[in-house]
Design a protein around this ligand. Structure first.
Ligand SMILES: *Cc1c(COP(=O)(O)O)cnc(C)c1O
Length: 361
């Protein structure tokens, strides 16, 4: 595909070309069945095999222990903001949250509908430019869980290490799942919308420890209870078939790259190229404090907003698309998830140097 641009969009985000090409064939005629992939019954043996493959690959790549269920749900990552407290809280129960950006703030708002919420840390007053170190917060021992967002997509911050408080740990990993090696057994629940680092929008993956399936209050609607989906292998109702398929294809691609450890090394190198460029000059200023920097989303500013607009427009003109920062902080943001090619980062760094030289502040 000669006419592809480098797409720095935060999500939905760039996917491997080979996945797109395979999907375009399978949509028309899936493996010689004479039916397109999105025409297959979700209970057909062909689609059941697709879903099985996707789950097996995810378990293998993330080394998910057997006492965890993998669920394929709909409603976006945002639906987990209420499903988690709906299933785990209730009258007289408490949960704790680390407020490190827009997505945690939204989750806190929903959780308050279901129980008492303790915000153990917030970097809101510093425009969410950092995540806490473990000595900066404490969590009530009677909290049902501690919730945090491992990578803050908008502000470009990421937890370099995870909280270790003894509470059930829950993490929104929408924008960094599969980007680095983690120990799933540290967590009660990990969830992620697929459209940042795993595939197209439409499916949210929830990895949940078995014992947490038993805590759901009686009066929870059937579709909103984790157990409903766990008991039926995510086939209680029609699942998002195409998205599950596409995630599976992305996971096959990831396995071919050498898996999570291999991609983590590549991600570190890619992000390093951009941060080195930012650190080499005062012209570009990274939003995140150094110790909190994200490997996935690099948010930065130029000396003033007019230069930022010019930068974004000129970059797009040479095939570097999607560099506009989120409306809540402005500036620029380069989202460089697993599937974002290294050459695109190299091209951006070269453009940044040229732009600085041609546009003194
Ligand atoms: C994008 C994003 C969300 C929201 O995802 P939806 O699927 O659109 O609901 C939630 N959390 C994080 C960390 C995100 O990056």
């Amino acid at each position: 595909m000669a006419d592809r641009v480098y797409n720095f969009s935060p999500g939905p985000a760039t996917l491997p070309v080979e996945v797109l090409e395979q999907a375009s064939k399978d949509i028309v005629n899936y493996q010689g069945t004479g039916m397109g992939l999105i025409e297959l019954s979700h209970r057909s043996k062909e689609f059941m095999a697709v879903a099985d493959t996707t789950e097996k690959l995810l378990r293998e790549l993330m080394e998910i222990p057997d006492n965890y269920k993998v669920l394929f749900l709909q409603g976006g990552a945002s639906s987990q903001f209420y499903m988690i407290p709906m299933n785990l809280l209730g009258k007289g129960k408490k949960a704790s949250y680390l407020n490190t950006g827009t997505w945690s703030k939204k989750a806190i708002k929903e959780a308050k509908l279901f129980g008492e919420i303790e915000v153990a840390f917030s970097s809101e007053e510093q425009t969410f430019n950092r995540v806490p170190t473990p000595d900066e917060y404490s969590v009530s021992p009677d909290s049902e869980y501690l919730y945090f967002v491992s990578n803050n997509t908008i502000y470009g911050t990421q937890f370099p290490a995870f909280p270790a408080t003894g509470n059930v740990l829950i993490s929104d990993m929408s924008s960094d799942i599969l980007s680095r090696k983690i120990d799933v057994s540290q967590f009660g629940i990990i969830f992620a919308g697929a459209q940042k680092n795993m595939g197209p929008s439409g499916v949210t993956i929830v990895i949940i420890r078995d014992d947490l399936l038993e805590r759901t209050p009686e009066n929870t609607p059937t579709m909103l209870s984790y157990k409903t989906h766990a008991d039926k292998g995510s086939m209680f109702n029609t699942p998002p078939c195409f998205s599950i398929y596409a995630v599976g294809e992305v996971l096959k691609w990831l396995k071919k790259q050498g898996g999570v450890e291999a991609i983590e090394a590549i991600n570190r190198e890619k992000a390093g190229l951009l941060y080195d460029c930012i650190d080499s000059t005062d012209y570009y200023r990274g939003h995140a404090e150094k110790a909190s920097r994200s490997l996935m989303n690099i948010s930065f500013n130029l000396p003033h907003a007019d230069l930022e607009a010019k930068f974004i427009a000129e970059a797009a003109a040479i095939g570097l698309n999607g560099l506009k920062g989120h409306r809540s902080i402005g500036g620029c943001r380069a989202s460089i998830y697993n599937a974002f090619p290294r050459e695109g980062v190299v091209k951006l760094v070269a453009f940044m140097k040229e732009f600085e030289a041609a546009n003194p502040s």
